[in-house]
Write a protein that binds this ligand. Structure first.
Ligand SMILES: Cc1cc2nc3c(=O)[nH]c(=O)nc-3n(C[C@H](O)[C@H](O)[C@H](O)COP(=O)(O)O)c2cc1C
Length: 161
């Protein structure tokens, strides 16, 4: 295995800090967002904390969390983190502290799939929310297809295929 000192010579930018907007990361090594299935009841779990902390302990610069739906209409299950639930704040605070303790940074990947939300979800079937009213040709034919835009103006709905 290549030691960090040797790697720093071989890959001279990899171990140099990087400024991203208002914060800096200690190197250019990052963990890309990936669904873990570790959430419990829609909240970050101890397993998440241990997982992210172990990456930080290993020397990573930045961790990007898995996708976190910002609204129930995203239609995800309880093994994904529900960022719209304030109950997430406390477990996240502990996880972020653990990551920071080991010198790494962590950012949340906030997410909503809009028209591509899963029609298997009861919430989505009842009310699909999308920034655009453009139809998604890849959607399976639902029994009832309706879509609304999250806007302050009166709600518009599309129906039909
Ligand atoms: C199981 C799994 C879950 C993933 N979840 C996400 C995700 O939540 N958000 C995201 O932007 N990318 C996600 N990705 C994509 C990865 O971040 C990455 O871009 C992709 O796997 C390509 O990198 P790789 O060739 O190193 O695997 C996921 C990939 C995998 C395999």
């Amino acid at each position: 295995m290549v030691k960090q000192a040797e790697a720093a010579v071989q890959f001279k930018h990899l171990f140099t800090p990087l400024r991203i907007g208002s914060f800096s990361v200690r190197n250019r090594i990052l963990s890309t967002a990936h669904a873990t299935g570790y959430a419990q009841d829609g909240l970050p779990s101890q397993r998440h904390l241990d997982y992210w902390a172990s990456k930080a302990r290993g020397g990573i610069g930045l961790i990007v969390t898995e996708v976190q739906p910002v609204h129930p209409s995203a239609g995800t299950g309880l093994n994904s983190i529900h960022a719209y639930d304030d109950a997430c704040i406390e477990p996240f605070r502990k996880a972020v502290e653990a990551v920071h303790r080991h010198g790494a940074k962590i950012v949340a990947q906030l997410w909503h799939p809009g028209r591509a939300s899963s029609w298997r979800s009861f919430v989505v079937r009842r009310s699909l929310i999308s920034i655009s009213l453009i139809k998604l040709p890849t959607l399976p034919p639902p029994r009832r297809r309706s879509c609304r835009k999250p806007s302050r103006t009166p709600t518009r709905r599309t129906t039909g295929s």
